[in-house]
Design a protein around this ligand. Structure first.
Ligand code: ZN
Length: 496
């Protein structure tokens, strides 16, 4: 360890501590906190953010980072310094007061959003959203390099190397190939029964089966917990404390597959080695790489016929009345049924990326074209009608369905579609390395999980997603694998 890096250590510890506390409050806000706690908690979070800000922008830290960059460091140390330097660059241009106001606004924002969604009242959220957009644009403008577009600054935060030019190409290919393919599917006349997925599914039973499948795919309950929240998510404190949430309704597949999805996120974080955890590089490489893992578990593993062969009986045992007469094959067809719908998180695998495409186009308009917030519900509805042939009747199933914007996360959505595409590229490669479906049939998830841990998880944030994809598959990002995977899978299901 170099002298300067050693001197930096206590600052890094404080950064970690403030971050961890903030994350824990976020978790608490969404799960257990009483309704009225909000405003007071927001103040605490605001203070913590302020402290975080003052460590990062401490002149001493900046000086040490400069010194470290001149020294010979190990791979992990160098990566930590690189991350810190980027964080400094992000924050040093933002006035402390504005940073703190923004932190309070995002903490408050998710609660206002939740109320607006519940009351189906966009007007309630619009003024907050407007402020969030203004702050986001202002912060991006502080950081934009000469000639750099504001939305590109935001995209870079979530997925390095994927700017609007790359994403226009990616989403363009999806639009060109998947929209007509979807039309063929919906016109095929093939009817898939899925009525048995909805009904009187007891919550305690859903929780029991959720826990079983979380563990079956590799979630470790000694290093993680599962709770209930409005919108399923994963919180990562460190590799010994990774938390997932789910929510229950009368559709048994919603909770089941959300648990497998969040388990995929959690398994990624649980796979971070001890040397990296609680450092700035001790987490998933990027939002997109994270989604690649969660959606890999949810769809490529979880919605695979082979996956269910050894364990379907377990689901039937939990729900004998509802599923006793349904075969594994019928069940798997049902959970893969294509049905253009309004809610992204409940979308089938084929239409999913079109939901993301809509958000991408709208974010571009909000950030780059000064779209007025008030026009959002209408534009949202029009785009759903255009790409998916469905139109929301109210804002809770339209523009207010996702939490992201209320948290100030603009530029995040594209990662969902990118993640699916990364996953498909990994799947294609892995099939050449192992008998993927054979392993699933034997109930051997471990071999697949170990491959992902060895090639992806254990690297944490040492490399970018794009580099990792290249190192694992020997090829740069190639969206065609995703399109081929979808058209092949659904072509078979719909006899095309
Ligand atoms: Zn996810």
């Amino acid at each position: 360890m170099s002298g300067a890096y050693e001197e930096l250590q206590p600052y890094l510890e404080r950064i970690q501590a403030f971050q961890t506390a903030k994350v824990l409050f976020e978790w608490d806000n969404e799960t257990l906190a009483p309704k009225e706690a909000g405003p007071n908690t927001s103040r605490v979070v605001g203070t913590l953010s302020g402290e975080y800000f003052s460590v990062i922008t401490d002149p001493k830290v900046m000086e040490l980072v400069k010194l470290c960059r001149k020294e010979e460091l190990g791979q992990a140390e160098a990566a930590v310094v690189r991350e810190l330097a980027e964080e400094i660059e992000k924050l040093e241009r933002v006035p402390a007061k504005e940073y703190r106001e923004f932190a309070e606004l995002t903490s408050e924002g998710s609660r206002i959003w939740a109320r607006a969604r519940k009351e189906k009242d966009f007007e309630l959220f619009a003024p907050t959203l407007k402020k969030l957009v203004e702050y986001t644009k202002k912060f991006a403008s502080y950081r934009a390099k000469e000639g750099q577009k504001l939305y590109d600054v935001l995209l870079d935060d979530y997925e390095k190397g994927f700017d609007m030019e790359t994403l226009d190409g990616f989403f363009g290919a999806l639009k060109e190939q998947l929209v007509p393919f979807l039309k063929k599917v919906t016109d095929s006349g093939v009817m898939i029964r899925d009525d048995f997925l909805t009904g009187d599914y007891d919550e305690a039973d859903q929780e029991a089966i959720g826990r079983f499948f979380a563990e079956y795919v590799g979630f470790d309950f000694h290093r993680g917990v599962m709770a209930v929240s409005a919108h399923p998510f994963t919180t990562n404190l460190h590799n010994k404390d990774v938390r997932i949430t789910t929510s229950y309704n009368s559709h048994v597949d919603d909770s089941l597959f959300s648990v497998i999805h969040e388990s995929g996120h959690a398994i990624y974080e649980l796979g971070i080695p001890d040397e990296l955890t609680q450092t700035l590089v001790g987490q998933g490489a990027s939002m997109g790489m994270h989604e690649s893992q969660s959606r890999f578990f949810e769809n490529i593993i979880g919605r695979n016929q082979a996956f269910w062969e050894p364990v379907y009986h377990r689901l039937q045992e939990q729900f004998p009345r509802q599923l006793g007469h349904v075969t594994a094959e019928q069940f798997v067809r049902a959970v893969n049924k294509v049905e253009p719908s309004l809610i992204r998180t409940q979308a089938d695998e084929l239409t999913y990326s079109l939901h993301v495409l809509i958000r991408y186009e709208i974010e571009k308009m909000l950030i780059e074209e000064n779209l007025e917030v008030e026009k959002l519900p209408e534009i949202w509805a029009d785009k759903y009608e255009e790409y998916l042939g469905v139109r929301p009747e109210d804002v809770s199933e339209g523009v207010l369905q996702d939490i992201h914007w209320s948290q100030g996360a603009f530029g995040y959505f594209p990662s969902y579609a990118l993640g699916s595409a990364f996953g498909a590229q990994l799947y294609r490669y892995m099939k050449g390395q192992m008998d993927f479906e054979g392993l699933l049939r034997k109930g051997d998830i471990k071999t697949i999980r170990e491959f992902l841990r060895e090639n992806i998880h254990r690297h944490g944030k040492l490399k970018t997603s794009r580099q990792m994809l290249l190192d694992v598959t020997g090829e740069d990002f190639n969206p065609q694998y995703y399109i081929d995977y979808l058209t092949d899978k659904y072509g078979k299901l719909y006899n095309l």
